[in-house]
Design a protein around this ligand. Structure first.
Ligand code: FAD
Ligand code: SF4
Ligand code: SF4
Length: 479
Protein backbone atom coordinates (compact mmCIF):
# COMPACT_ATOMS: atom_id res chain seq x y z
CA UNK A 1 0.00 0.00 0.00
CA UNK A 2 2.70 2.43 1.04
CA UNK A 3 3.93 2.75 -2.53
CA UNK A 4 0.72 4.31 -3.82
CA UNK A 5 -0.71 5.82 -0.64
CA UNK A 6 0.60 8.18 2.07
CA UNK A 7 1.95 10.55 -0.55
CA UNK A 8 0.86 13.65 1.35
CA UNK A 9 4.47 14.18 2.45
CA UNK A 10 5.78 14.38 -1.09
CA UNK A 11 2.75 15.53 -3.12
CA UNK A 12 1.02 18.84 -2.45
CA UNK A 13 -2.76 19.13 -2.37
CA UNK A 14 -4.03 19.74 -5.88
CA UNK A 15 -7.42 20.57 -7.32
CA UNK A 16 -8.56 20.32 -10.92
CA UNK A 17 -7.63 23.47 -12.86
CA UNK A 18 -9.62 26.48 -11.72
CA UNK A 19 -10.52 28.98 -14.44
CA UNK A 20 -9.14 32.52 -14.15
CA UNK A 21 -11.56 35.02 -12.51
CA UNK A 22 -11.78 37.13 -15.70
CA UNK A 23 -12.92 34.10 -17.73
CA UNK A 24 -15.29 33.01 -14.94
CA UNK A 25 -16.95 36.41 -14.86
CA UNK A 26 -17.75 36.15 -18.56
CA UNK A 27 -19.94 33.04 -18.44
CA UNK A 28 -21.91 30.72 -16.13
CA UNK A 29 -19.85 27.57 -16.71
CA UNK A 30 -18.46 25.58 -13.77
CA UNK A 31 -15.23 27.07 -12.48
CA UNK A 32 -13.28 23.82 -12.04
CA UNK A 33 -12.17 21.49 -14.83
CA UNK A 34 -11.78 17.73 -14.40
CA UNK A 35 -8.76 15.89 -13.01
CA UNK A 36 -6.64 14.05 -15.57
CA UNK A 37 -6.48 10.34 -14.70
CA UNK A 38 -2.89 10.48 -13.34
CA UNK A 39 -3.61 13.60 -11.29
CA UNK A 40 -6.69 11.98 -9.70
CA UNK A 41 -4.67 8.87 -8.84
CA UNK A 42 -1.86 11.00 -7.44
CA UNK A 43 -4.17 13.11 -5.30
CA UNK A 44 -6.10 10.07 -4.05
CA UNK A 45 -2.71 8.59 -3.12
CA UNK A 46 -2.13 11.39 -0.60
CA UNK A 47 -4.57 9.67 1.77
CA UNK A 48 -2.94 7.99 4.77
CA UNK A 49 -5.72 5.35 5.10
CA UNK A 50 -6.57 6.23 8.69
CA UNK A 51 -7.73 3.47 11.02
CA UNK A 52 -10.52 5.76 12.19
CA UNK A 53 -11.23 7.94 9.14
CA UNK A 54 -12.59 11.24 10.45
CA UNK A 55 -13.41 12.26 6.88
CA UNK A 56 -15.97 9.44 6.78
CA UNK A 57 -17.28 10.21 10.27
CA UNK A 58 -18.03 13.78 9.17
CA UNK A 59 -19.61 12.87 5.83
CA UNK A 60 -23.40 12.82 6.35
CA UNK A 61 -23.57 9.73 4.13
CA UNK A 62 -20.69 7.95 5.92
CA UNK A 63 -19.09 7.48 2.52
CA UNK A 64 -16.35 4.90 2.51
CA UNK A 65 -13.81 7.55 1.49
CA UNK A 66 -10.52 5.76 2.28
CA UNK A 67 -11.56 2.74 0.19
CA UNK A 68 -12.53 4.68 -2.91
CA UNK A 69 -9.41 6.83 -2.62
CA UNK A 70 -7.24 3.73 -2.50
CA UNK A 71 -9.01 2.15 -5.49
CA UNK A 72 -8.59 5.39 -7.45
CA UNK A 73 -4.89 5.54 -6.56
CA UNK A 74 -4.59 1.97 -7.89
CA UNK A 75 -6.42 2.85 -11.13
CA UNK A 76 -9.34 0.54 -10.24
CA UNK A 77 -11.95 3.15 -11.12
CA UNK A 78 -14.92 0.91 -11.79
CA UNK A 79 -14.56 -0.60 -8.32
CA UNK A 80 -14.07 2.88 -6.86
CA UNK A 81 -17.37 3.84 -8.47
CA UNK A 82 -19.12 0.76 -7.03
CA UNK A 83 -17.95 1.65 -3.52
CA UNK A 84 -18.76 5.34 -3.87
CA UNK A 85 -22.25 4.79 -5.31
CA UNK A 86 -23.14 2.24 -2.64
CA UNK A 87 -23.71 5.03 -0.12
CA UNK A 88 -24.50 8.05 -2.30
CA UNK A 89 -27.09 8.39 -5.08
CA UNK A 90 -25.44 11.50 -6.53
CA UNK A 91 -21.68 11.45 -5.77
CA UNK A 92 -20.86 13.71 -8.74
CA UNK A 93 -23.27 16.35 -7.38
CA UNK A 94 -22.00 16.16 -3.78
CA UNK A 95 -18.42 16.19 -5.06
CA UNK A 96 -19.21 19.51 -6.74
CA UNK A 97 -21.30 21.34 -4.15
CA UNK A 98 -20.83 19.92 -0.65
CA UNK A 99 -19.10 22.46 1.58
CA UNK A 100 -16.19 20.03 1.96
CA UNK A 101 -14.27 22.52 4.09
CA UNK A 102 -16.91 22.01 6.81
CA UNK A 103 -17.46 18.26 6.25
CA UNK A 104 -15.12 15.54 4.96
CA UNK A 105 -12.06 17.60 3.99
CA UNK A 106 -12.33 19.88 7.01
CA UNK A 107 -11.90 16.78 9.17
CA UNK A 108 -9.17 15.03 7.22
CA UNK A 109 -6.41 14.35 9.71
CA UNK A 110 -3.39 14.52 7.46
CA UNK A 111 -0.60 15.83 9.61
CA UNK A 112 -0.45 19.50 10.46
CA UNK A 113 1.32 21.56 7.85
CA UNK A 114 -0.02 19.42 5.00
CA UNK A 115 -3.37 20.13 3.40
CA UNK A 116 -6.30 17.70 3.33
CA UNK A 117 -6.92 15.18 0.55
CA UNK A 118 -9.06 16.65 -2.30
CA UNK A 119 -11.93 14.28 -1.46
CA UNK A 120 -14.76 16.11 -3.26
CA UNK A 121 -12.82 16.52 -6.51
CA UNK A 122 -11.89 12.82 -6.56
CA UNK A 123 -15.48 11.81 -5.80
CA UNK A 124 -16.71 13.93 -8.73
CA UNK A 125 -14.00 12.52 -10.99
CA UNK A 126 -14.91 8.90 -10.21
CA UNK A 127 -18.60 9.33 -11.09
CA UNK A 128 -18.08 11.62 -14.10
CA UNK A 129 -15.73 8.94 -15.44
CA UNK A 130 -18.31 6.23 -14.69
CA UNK A 131 -20.90 8.17 -16.73
CA UNK A 132 -18.43 8.68 -19.60
CA UNK A 133 -17.53 4.99 -19.71
CA UNK A 134 -21.16 3.83 -19.57
CA UNK A 135 -20.83 2.07 -16.19
CA UNK A 136 -23.94 3.81 -14.85
CA UNK A 137 -27.09 2.16 -16.08
CA UNK A 138 -30.77 2.47 -15.19
CA UNK A 139 -31.93 0.56 -12.14
CA UNK A 140 -33.43 -2.84 -12.91
CA UNK A 141 -35.28 -4.21 -9.89
CA UNK A 142 -35.03 -7.97 -9.43
CA UNK A 143 -38.82 -8.14 -9.23
CA UNK A 144 -41.64 -5.65 -9.63
CA UNK A 145 -43.92 -5.04 -6.65
CA UNK A 146 -47.52 -3.85 -6.80
CA UNK A 147 -47.22 -1.29 -4.04
CA UNK A 148 -46.67 2.32 -5.03
CA UNK A 149 -45.15 5.37 -3.36
CA UNK A 150 -46.06 8.98 -4.16
CA UNK A 151 -43.26 11.48 -3.58
CA UNK A 152 -43.99 15.18 -3.17
CA UNK A 153 -40.97 17.09 -4.46
CA UNK A 154 -38.32 16.23 -7.04
CA UNK A 155 -35.35 17.74 -5.20
CA UNK A 156 -32.36 15.69 -4.02
CA UNK A 157 -34.28 14.25 -1.03
CA UNK A 158 -37.20 13.05 -3.14
CA UNK A 159 -34.95 11.76 -5.93
CA UNK A 160 -32.64 9.79 -3.61
CA UNK A 161 -35.70 8.12 -2.06
CA UNK A 162 -37.16 7.47 -5.53
CA UNK A 163 -34.03 5.65 -6.67
CA UNK A 164 -33.74 3.57 -3.49
CA UNK A 165 -37.41 2.54 -3.63
CA UNK A 166 -37.23 1.70 -7.32
CA UNK A 167 -34.24 -0.58 -6.63
CA UNK A 168 -36.56 -2.53 -4.33
CA UNK A 169 -39.18 -2.82 -7.08
CA UNK A 170 -41.77 -0.31 -5.82
CA UNK A 171 -43.77 1.76 -8.30
CA UNK A 172 -42.60 5.32 -7.73
CA UNK A 173 -44.33 8.52 -8.82
CA UNK A 174 -42.77 11.93 -8.17
CA UNK A 175 -44.94 15.06 -8.18
CA UNK A 176 -43.39 18.52 -8.49
CA UNK A 177 -44.97 21.94 -8.81
CA UNK A 178 -42.18 23.08 -11.12
CA UNK A 179 -41.93 22.35 -14.84
CA UNK A 180 -38.57 20.60 -14.35
CA UNK A 181 -37.38 17.99 -11.89
CA UNK A 182 -34.41 18.69 -9.59
CA UNK A 183 -35.68 21.17 -6.98
CA UNK A 184 -33.00 23.61 -5.87
CA UNK A 185 -30.41 21.68 -7.91
CA UNK A 186 -32.11 23.14 -10.99
CA UNK A 187 -33.70 26.41 -9.89
CA UNK A 188 -31.62 27.49 -6.85
CA UNK A 189 -27.97 26.53 -7.30
CA UNK A 190 -26.37 28.37 -10.25
CA UNK A 191 -24.59 26.74 -13.17
CA UNK A 192 -21.13 27.90 -12.11
CA UNK A 193 -21.39 25.50 -9.14
CA UNK A 194 -23.45 22.76 -10.81
CA UNK A 195 -24.15 22.70 -14.54
CA UNK A 196 -27.72 21.68 -15.28
CA UNK A 197 -26.87 18.81 -17.62
CA UNK A 198 -25.32 17.04 -14.62
CA UNK A 199 -28.72 17.08 -12.89
CA UNK A 200 -30.65 16.31 -16.07
CA UNK A 201 -28.65 13.15 -16.82
CA UNK A 202 -29.67 11.87 -13.36
CA UNK A 203 -33.35 12.67 -13.95
CA UNK A 204 -33.19 10.91 -17.32
CA UNK A 205 -31.63 7.86 -15.70
CA UNK A 206 -34.38 7.75 -13.08
CA UNK A 207 -37.06 7.99 -15.77
CA UNK A 208 -35.34 5.13 -17.62
CA UNK A 209 -35.38 3.21 -14.33
CA UNK A 210 -39.17 3.42 -14.29
CA UNK A 211 -39.74 6.41 -11.98
CA UNK A 212 -42.74 8.43 -13.24
CA UNK A 213 -42.50 12.20 -13.02
CA UNK A 214 -45.52 14.49 -12.85
CA UNK A 215 -44.35 18.08 -13.39
CA UNK A 216 -46.52 21.17 -12.86
CA UNK A 217 -48.54 19.39 -10.17
CA UNK A 218 -48.75 21.13 -6.83
CA UNK A 219 -49.89 18.89 -4.00
CA UNK A 220 -52.34 20.83 -1.84
CA UNK A 221 -53.60 22.80 -4.86
CA UNK A 222 -53.91 20.58 -7.98
CA UNK A 223 -54.12 17.32 -6.05
CA UNK A 224 -54.88 17.13 -2.34
CA UNK A 225 -52.67 15.24 0.06
CA UNK A 226 -55.71 13.14 0.98
CA UNK A 227 -56.12 12.17 -2.67
CA UNK A 228 -52.43 11.29 -2.91
CA UNK A 229 -52.77 9.01 0.12
CA UNK A 230 -55.63 7.27 -1.64
CA UNK A 231 -53.59 6.79 -4.80
CA UNK A 232 -50.48 5.36 -3.13
CA UNK A 233 -49.58 2.85 -0.43
CA UNK A 234 -47.20 5.38 1.12
CA UNK A 235 -46.38 9.05 0.59
CA UNK A 236 -43.10 10.89 1.10
CA UNK A 237 -43.10 14.66 1.54
CA UNK A 238 -39.77 16.15 0.39
CA UNK A 239 -41.00 19.59 -0.57
CA UNK A 240 -38.16 21.75 0.82
CA UNK A 241 -38.49 25.16 2.50
CA UNK A 242 -39.47 28.22 0.51
CA UNK A 243 -40.68 30.92 2.93
CA UNK A 244 -38.10 33.68 2.36
CA UNK A 245 -37.18 35.63 5.51
CA UNK A 246 -37.75 39.35 5.11
CA UNK A 247 -36.10 42.52 6.44
CA UNK A 248 -38.00 45.06 8.49
CA UNK A 249 -36.54 48.41 7.50
CA UNK A 250 -37.90 51.63 6.01
CA UNK A 251 -38.01 51.55 2.22
CA UNK A 252 -38.00 47.76 1.95
CA UNK A 253 -40.93 47.94 -0.50
CA UNK A 254 -39.10 50.12 -3.08
CA UNK A 255 -38.75 48.94 -6.67
CA UNK A 256 -35.48 47.17 -7.32
CA UNK A 257 -35.47 45.15 -4.05
CA UNK A 258 -35.89 41.43 -4.66
CA UNK A 259 -36.04 38.12 -2.85
CA UNK A 260 -32.95 36.00 -3.55
CA UNK A 261 -34.78 33.01 -4.95
CA UNK A 262 -36.81 35.13 -7.41
CA UNK A 263 -33.52 36.48 -8.68
CA UNK A 264 -31.78 33.08 -8.89
CA UNK A 265 -34.73 31.24 -10.43
CA UNK A 266 -34.92 33.89 -13.17
CA UNK A 267 -31.20 33.60 -13.86
CA UNK A 268 -31.34 29.78 -13.93
CA UNK A 269 -34.34 29.85 -16.25
CA UNK A 270 -32.54 32.20 -18.63
CA UNK A 271 -29.58 29.78 -18.61
CA UNK A 272 -31.97 26.95 -19.46
CA UNK A 273 -33.27 28.89 -22.45
CA UNK A 274 -36.65 29.93 -21.00
CA UNK A 275 -38.16 33.29 -21.80
CA UNK A 276 -38.31 35.31 -18.56
CA UNK A 277 -40.13 38.65 -19.00
CA UNK A 278 -38.86 40.06 -15.67
CA UNK A 279 -35.31 39.43 -16.85
CA UNK A 280 -35.86 40.65 -20.40
CA UNK A 281 -37.28 43.98 -19.16
CA UNK A 282 -34.28 44.45 -16.84
CA UNK A 283 -36.12 43.99 -13.53
CA UNK A 284 -34.17 40.87 -12.50
CA UNK A 285 -31.04 41.58 -14.55
CA UNK A 286 -28.08 43.12 -12.70
CA UNK A 287 -26.35 44.37 -15.85
CA UNK A 288 -24.87 47.85 -15.33
CA UNK A 289 -26.27 48.13 -11.80
CA UNK A 290 -24.76 48.73 -8.37
CA UNK A 291 -25.93 45.62 -6.54
CA UNK A 292 -26.13 45.11 -2.77
CA UNK A 293 -26.80 41.61 -1.46
CA UNK A 294 -27.82 41.23 2.18
CA UNK A 295 -26.91 37.97 3.93
CA UNK A 296 -23.94 35.65 4.45
CA UNK A 297 -25.12 32.15 3.53
CA UNK A 298 -24.79 30.00 0.42
CA UNK A 299 -27.74 31.78 -1.20
CA UNK A 300 -26.12 35.19 -0.74
CA UNK A 301 -22.86 33.88 -2.24
CA UNK A 302 -24.77 32.57 -5.27
CA UNK A 303 -26.49 35.94 -5.73
CA UNK A 304 -23.30 38.01 -5.62
CA UNK A 305 -21.56 35.70 -8.05
CA UNK A 306 -24.58 35.66 -10.40
CA UNK A 307 -24.68 39.49 -10.37
CA UNK A 308 -20.98 39.61 -11.30
CA UNK A 309 -21.64 37.33 -14.27
CA UNK A 310 -24.62 39.38 -15.40
CA UNK A 311 -22.29 42.37 -15.75
CA UNK A 312 -23.16 44.40 -12.63
CA UNK A 313 -21.29 47.70 -12.21
CA UNK A 314 -20.44 46.87 -8.60
CA UNK A 315 -21.41 44.05 -6.22
CA UNK A 316 -21.31 44.38 -2.44
CA UNK A 317 -22.31 41.87 0.19
CA UNK A 318 -23.48 43.25 3.55
CA UNK A 319 -23.28 40.74 6.38
CA UNK A 320 -23.88 41.43 10.07
CA UNK A 321 -21.21 39.06 11.39
CA UNK A 322 -17.58 38.66 10.37
CA UNK A 323 -15.93 36.31 7.94
CA UNK A 324 -15.19 33.68 10.56
CA UNK A 325 -18.84 33.58 11.68
CA UNK A 326 -20.64 33.46 8.38
CA UNK A 327 -22.79 30.41 7.57
CA UNK A 328 -21.66 30.17 3.92
CA UNK A 329 -18.67 28.15 2.82
CA UNK A 330 -15.30 29.96 3.12
CA UNK A 331 -14.35 28.53 -0.22
CA UNK A 332 -17.31 30.28 -1.85
CA UNK A 333 -16.34 33.61 -0.24
CA UNK A 334 -12.87 33.22 -1.67
CA UNK A 335 -14.30 32.55 -5.14
CA UNK A 336 -16.56 35.60 -4.84
CA UNK A 337 -13.66 37.83 -3.76
CA UNK A 338 -11.53 36.62 -6.66
CA UNK A 339 -14.42 37.49 -8.98
CA UNK A 340 -14.54 41.08 -7.68
CA UNK A 341 -17.22 41.04 -4.95
CA UNK A 342 -16.67 43.46 -2.06
CA UNK A 343 -17.64 42.12 1.38
CA UNK A 344 -18.74 44.64 3.97
CA UNK A 345 -18.48 42.57 7.13
CA UNK A 346 -20.14 43.51 10.42
CA UNK A 347 -22.79 45.69 8.81
CA UNK A 348 -26.58 45.56 8.56
CA UNK A 349 -29.12 47.59 6.62
CA UNK A 350 -30.88 50.39 8.48
CA UNK A 351 -32.98 51.75 5.58
CA UNK A 352 -33.39 51.46 1.82
CA UNK A 353 -33.09 54.88 0.21
CA UNK A 354 -35.01 56.23 -2.79
CA UNK A 355 -38.39 57.64 -3.82
CA UNK A 356 -39.98 54.95 -5.94
CA UNK A 357 -36.87 53.02 -6.95
CA UNK A 358 -33.98 52.12 -4.72
CA UNK A 359 -30.88 54.33 -5.07
CA UNK A 360 -28.94 53.33 -1.98
CA UNK A 361 -28.76 51.41 1.27
CA UNK A 362 -28.03 53.06 4.62
CA UNK A 363 -26.35 50.61 6.97
CA UNK A 364 -24.78 50.62 10.41
CA UNK A 365 -21.75 48.87 11.81
CA UNK A 366 -22.22 45.91 14.11
CA UNK A 367 -20.48 44.89 17.30
CA UNK A 368 -20.43 41.19 18.13
CA UNK A 369 -21.17 40.78 21.84
CA UNK A 370 -21.23 37.79 24.18
CA UNK A 371 -22.29 34.42 22.88
CA UNK A 372 -25.94 33.39 23.28
CA UNK A 373 -27.25 29.92 24.23
CA UNK A 374 -26.46 28.67 20.68
CA UNK A 375 -22.84 29.74 21.12
CA UNK A 376 -23.06 32.52 18.51
CA UNK A 377 -22.09 36.08 19.44
CA UNK A 378 -25.04 38.47 19.55
CA UNK A 379 -24.79 41.30 17.00
CA UNK A 380 -25.70 44.82 18.11
CA UNK A 381 -25.65 48.12 16.19
CA UNK A 382 -22.84 50.58 16.99
CA UNK A 383 -24.37 53.96 17.67
CA UNK A 384 -23.47 56.72 15.21
CA UNK A 385 -21.85 54.28 12.79
CA UNK A 386 -24.24 54.81 9.84
CA UNK A 387 -22.91 54.84 6.31
CA UNK A 388 -24.51 54.63 2.86
CA UNK A 389 -23.71 52.70 -0.28
CA UNK A 390 -25.10 53.22 -3.81
CA UNK A 391 -27.56 50.59 -4.97
CA UNK A 392 -29.81 50.24 -8.03
CA UNK A 393 -30.69 46.72 -6.99
CA UNK A 394 -30.82 45.04 -3.57
CA UNK A 395 -31.23 41.33 -3.01
CA UNK A 396 -32.50 39.92 0.28
CA UNK A 397 -30.79 36.60 1.06
CA UNK A 398 -31.60 36.09 4.72
CA UNK A 399 -32.57 32.43 4.62
CA UNK A 400 -35.74 30.41 4.40
CA UNK A 401 -38.42 29.13 6.75
CA UNK A 402 -41.13 26.59 6.00
CA UNK A 403 -44.47 27.89 4.79
CA UNK A 404 -47.59 27.02 6.81
CA UNK A 405 -47.48 23.30 5.95
CA UNK A 406 -50.79 22.09 7.46
CA UNK A 407 -52.53 24.88 5.50
CA UNK A 408 -50.49 24.30 2.35
CA UNK A 409 -51.33 20.60 2.34
CA UNK A 410 -54.90 21.14 3.61
CA UNK A 411 -54.27 18.72 6.50
CA UNK A 412 -54.73 20.26 9.98
CA UNK A 413 -53.65 16.92 11.50
CA UNK A 414 -50.17 17.24 9.94
CA UNK A 415 -48.06 18.19 12.97
CA UNK A 416 -45.21 20.68 12.78
CA UNK A 417 -42.40 21.64 15.14
CA UNK A 418 -41.99 25.04 16.83
CA UNK A 419 -39.92 26.05 13.78
CA UNK A 420 -42.73 25.11 11.39
CA UNK A 421 -40.86 22.12 9.92
CA UNK A 422 -42.63 18.77 9.65
CA UNK A 423 -42.63 16.79 12.86
CA UNK A 424 -41.54 13.19 12.32
CA UNK A 425 -40.81 10.18 14.41
CA UNK A 426 -37.02 10.18 13.95
CA UNK A 427 -36.86 6.39 14.09
CA UNK A 428 -39.44 5.76 11.37
CA UNK A 429 -39.44 9.16 9.59
CA UNK A 430 -43.23 9.02 9.60
CA UNK A 431 -45.18 12.23 10.14
CA UNK A 432 -48.27 12.43 12.35
CA UNK A 433 -50.26 11.03 9.39
CA UNK A 434 -50.26 7.24 8.97
CA UNK A 435 -48.18 6.20 5.93
CA UNK A 436 -46.93 9.75 5.23
CA UNK A 437 -43.16 10.15 5.64
CA UNK A 438 -40.96 13.24 5.27
CA UNK A 439 -37.33 13.99 4.36
CA UNK A 440 -34.91 16.81 3.54
CA UNK A 441 -35.26 20.53 4.19
CA UNK A 442 -38.98 20.25 5.04
CA UNK A 443 -37.87 18.33 8.16
CA UNK A 444 -34.47 19.90 8.91
CA UNK A 445 -35.08 23.46 7.78
CA UNK A 446 -32.77 24.92 5.11
CA UNK A 447 -29.80 22.55 5.05
CA UNK A 448 -27.56 20.84 2.50
CA UNK A 449 -27.98 18.58 -0.52
CA UNK A 450 -25.96 15.81 1.13
CA UNK A 451 -28.31 15.79 4.13
CA UNK A 452 -31.35 15.65 1.85
CA UNK A 453 -29.81 12.61 0.11
CA UNK A 454 -29.15 10.98 3.48
CA UNK A 455 -32.73 11.63 4.61
CA UNK A 456 -34.16 10.38 1.31
CA UNK A 457 -32.25 7.11 1.70
CA UNK A 458 -33.30 6.70 5.33
CA UNK A 459 -36.93 7.46 4.45
CA UNK A 460 -36.83 4.86 1.66
CA UNK A 461 -35.65 2.23 4.17
CA UNK A 462 -38.45 3.15 6.58
CA UNK A 463 -41.07 3.15 3.83
CA UNK A 464 -39.95 -0.30 2.78
CA UNK A 465 -40.32 -1.64 6.33
CA UNK A 466 -43.75 -0.03 6.54
CA UNK A 467 -44.90 -1.41 3.18
CA UNK A 468 -43.65 -4.91 3.94
CA UNK A 469 -45.65 -4.89 7.19
CA UNK A 470 -48.67 -3.52 5.33
CA UNK A 471 -48.41 -6.23 2.65
CA UNK A 472 -48.14 -9.03 5.26
CA UNK A 473 -51.11 -7.64 7.19
CA UNK A 474 -53.15 -7.51 3.97
CA UNK A 475 -52.25 -11.07 2.98
CA UNK A 476 -53.07 -12.33 6.50
CA UNK A 477 -56.45 -10.58 6.33
CA UNK A 478 -57.09 -12.14 2.92
CA UNK A 479 -56.34 -15.68 4.22
P1 FAD B 1 -35.69 21.01 -2.61
O1 FAD B 1 -34.40 20.89 -3.34
O2 FAD B 1 -36.11 22.36 -2.20
O3 FAD B 1 -36.81 20.34 -3.50
C1 FAD B 1 -38.16 20.40 -3.12
C2 FAD B 1 -39.03 20.26 -4.34
O4 FAD B 1 -40.38 20.16 -3.91
C3 FAD B 1 -38.97 21.45 -5.27
O5 FAD B 1 -38.71 21.01 -6.60
C4 FAD B 1 -40.35 22.09 -5.18
O6 FAD B 1 -40.79 22.63 -6.42
C5 FAD B 1 -41.21 20.89 -4.80
N1 FAD B 1 -42.43 21.24 -4.08
C6 FAD B 1 -42.58 22.05 -3.01
N2 FAD B 1 -43.85 22.07 -2.60
C7 FAD B 1 -44.53 21.26 -3.43
C8 FAD B 1 -45.90 20.89 -3.52
N3 FAD B 1 -46.81 21.34 -2.67
N4 FAD B 1 -46.27 20.05 -4.52
C9 FAD B 1 -45.36 19.57 -5.42
N5 FAD B 1 -44.05 19.90 -5.37
C10 FAD B 1 -43.65 20.72 -4.39
N6 FAD B 1 -26.66 22.87 -0.50
C11 FAD B 1 -25.44 22.34 -0.69
O7 FAD B 1 -25.18 21.23 -0.22
N7 FAD B 1 -24.48 23.01 -1.39
C12 FAD B 1 -24.72 24.21 -1.98
O8 FAD B 1 -23.83 24.78 -2.62
C13 FAD B 1 -26.00 24.77 -1.84
N8 FAD B 1 -26.31 25.95 -2.44
C14 FAD B 1 -27.57 26.43 -2.32
C15 FAD B 1 -27.89 27.60 -2.99
C16 FAD B 1 -29.16 28.12 -2.91
C17 FAD B 1 -29.48 29.37 -3.66
C18 FAD B 1 -30.14 27.49 -2.11
C19 FAD B 1 -31.51 28.08 -1.97
C20 FAD B 1 -29.83 26.33 -1.43
C21 FAD B 1 -28.55 25.78 -1.54
N9 FAD B 1 -28.22 24.59 -0.90
C22 FAD B 1 -26.97 24.07 -1.08
C23 FAD B 1 -29.21 23.86 -0.10
C24 FAD B 1 -29.82 22.71 -0.88
O9 FAD B 1 -30.15 23.12 -2.18
C25 FAD B 1 -31.04 22.14 -0.16
O10 FAD B 1 -30.68 21.81 1.16
C26 FAD B 1 -31.58 20.89 -0.86
O11 FAD B 1 -31.90 21.16 -2.20
C27 FAD B 1 -32.83 20.36 -0.13
O12 FAD B 1 -33.35 19.29 -0.83
P2 FAD B 1 -34.90 18.89 -0.71
O13 FAD B 1 -35.06 17.73 -1.62
O14 FAD B 1 -35.26 18.76 0.70
O15 FAD B 1 -35.71 20.15 -1.25
FE1 SF4 C 1 -17.48 14.90 1.30
FE2 SF4 C 1 -19.97 15.50 0.61
FE3 SF4 C 1 -18.69 13.58 -0.66
FE4 SF4 C 1 -19.45 13.21 1.88
S1 SF4 C 1 -20.78 13.48 0.11
S2 SF4 C 1 -17.46 12.68 0.98
S3 SF4 C 1 -19.20 15.29 2.71
S4 SF4 C 1 -18.13 15.73 -0.66
FE1 SF4 D 1 -7.51 9.72 4.15
FE2 SF4 D 1 -7.83 12.14 5.31
FE3 SF4 D 1 -9.77 10.34 5.40
FE4 SF4 D 1 -7.53 9.92 6.80
S1 SF4 D 1 -9.04 11.56 7.15
S2 SF4 D 1 -8.67 8.40 5.57
S3 SF4 D 1 -6.03 10.83 5.40
S4 SF4 D 1 -8.95 11.32 3.56
Amino acid sequence: MAERMLKFVSVEKGMPDKREPAARRADFDEIYGEFAREKAAEQAGRCSQCGIPFCQVHCPLSNNIPDWLKLTAEGRLEEAYEVSSATNNFPEICGRICPQDRLCEGNCVIEKGFESVSIGAVEKYITDTAFERGWIRPVKPRRELDQSVGIVGGGPGGLAAAEQLRRRGYQVQVYDRHDRIGGLLIYGIPNFKLEKHIVERRTKLLAESGVTFHCNVEIGRDVSLAELRQRHDAVLIASGVYGARDIKAPGVGLDGIHAALDYLVASNRVGLGDSVPAFADGTLDARGKNVVVIGGGDTAMDCVRTAVRQGAKSVRCLYRRDRANMPGSQREVQHAEEEGVEFVWLSAPEAFLGDRRIRGVRAHRIHLGVADSSGRQTPSAIEGSSFSVDADMAIKALGFDPEDLPVLFGEPALEVTQWGTLKINHRTMMTSLEGVFAAGDVVRGASLVVWAVRDGRDAADSIRTYLQAKASAQSLAAD
